[in-house]
Design a protein around this ligand. Structure first.
Ligand SMILES: NC(=O)c1ccc[n+]([C@@H]2O[C@H](COP(=O)([O-])OP(=O)(O)OC[C@H]3O[C@@H](n4cnc5c(N)ncnc54)[C@H](OP(=O)(O)O)[C@@H]3O)[C@@H](O)[C@H]2O)c1
Length: 296
């Protein structure tokens, strides 16, 4: 069996590629950086260095595959975030059609059912719609919660200002997950394909967590159990993202996503299968603590 993995050096695709390889499945690993792909080549993957907007390169990578892991990369520092999602989606959808592959797992998100009001997740909604419309494609849509790894985004704030913070209200419980667990689910679904037609699977870790829960666990892991979580004013949050290098439009979309969590616009859907993955937040908190100690 051959499976093509997009974003194969990333958090979800990297785990998916490794798990497929260790199950004896042949992997075509796609990303831009040949240097980062080299580690997968050493483990036996065929590697393809291509941009996700290059439909011809993606078609060639997908052709002859029994399945594919599809994810939509983007760059928050560049303008027109939703346009980036749209261009990647268009190239991926054309490649799926032109290559004639019959089976794919798409990485979407909790909130992927909504056409507006959820910030960047709107781009994933459009990807879901576009791929579901492809005749003959058996598609499993994964809708995971908030990645634990997002907390790396405030490592500098925690280290240098002694606070955690963001625009999600402190007491809102949100579905959260270890990114690697998504890769495992994707690889297993492609290794033992049981899905047919189009199916949606919501993925979340053992417990939904508030920002206070996550901050408390991070604080404990770094030896600062009193670490506070500060709900920034909306404009302060946007300004903070911009000074961290976000494009202004991307920063606005991230605020919209936080507001969607706060208003409970992002939640379980009746038409979706539910799966809880096993890695607890504390495992991530230990990795965070190591990075915290190593950071300047
Ligand atoms: N963070 C969350 O809480 C969350 C929740 C739900 C869904 N999501 C979705 O998860 C996805 C991100 O997945 P991830 O975290 O596994 O990715 P990631 O760790 O950010 O890695 C991105 C991967 O894509 C490749 N890539 C980046 N830009 C590319 C381009 N222009 N062309 C081809 N390849 C490119 C990267 O390698 P190169 O740089 O070498 O190309 C890398 O392999 C996004 O669609 C996001 O919306 C995120």
């Amino acid at each position: 069996m051959i499976v093509t993995v997009l974003g194969a050096t990333g958090k979800t695709g990297g785990t998916a590629a490794e798990r497929l390889l260790s199950a004896g499945t042949q992997v075509k690993a796609v990303a831009r950086s040949a240097d980062k792909l080299a580690a997968l080549a050493k483990k036996g993957a065929q590697t393809v260095s291509a941009d996700v907007t290059d439909a011809a390169a993606l078609t060639a990578a997908l052709r002859g595959s029994d399945g594919a892991y599809l994810m939509i990369p983007s760059d928050y520092t560049k303008p027109d975030l939703l346009g980036q999602y749209a261009r990647a989606t268009d190239a991926i959808a054309r490649a799926v059609q032109d290559s004639g592959i019959r089976r794919a797992v798409l990485l979407s998100s909790f909130g992927g059912e909504a056409a507006a009001g959820t910030g960047p997740i709107v781009g994933l909604h459009a990807a879901e719609q576009r791929l579901r419309a492809i005749a003959g494609l058996n598609l499993l849509i994964l809708r995971p919660g908030y990645f634990y790894e997002n907390n790396f985004g405030t490592l500098g704030l925690i280290k240098h200002q002694g606070i955690n913070g963001g625009a999600i209200d402190p007491d809102v419980a949100i579905p959260t997950i270890a990114a690697a667990d998504i890769g495992v689910v994707a690889a297993d679904a492609l290794n033992r394909p049981t899905f047919a037609g189009s199916a949606i699977r919501e993925l979340r870790g053992p417990r939904d967590l508030t920002m206070i829960d996550m901050t408390r666990a991070l604080g404990k892991a770094i030896g600062k159990p009193e670490l506070p979580y500060v709900r920034f004013p909306d404009q302060g949050y946007v300004d903070g993202l911009k000074s961290a290098g976000f494009d202004p439009d991307a920063a606005r979309l991230f605020l919209e996503m936080a507001q969607a969590f706060n208003k409970a616009l992002v939640g379980p859907q009746p038409d979706a299968e539910k799966l809880r993955t096993t890695t607890p937040f504390e495992v991530f908190a230990d990795a965070f603590a190591q990075a915290y100690r190593a950071a300047p």
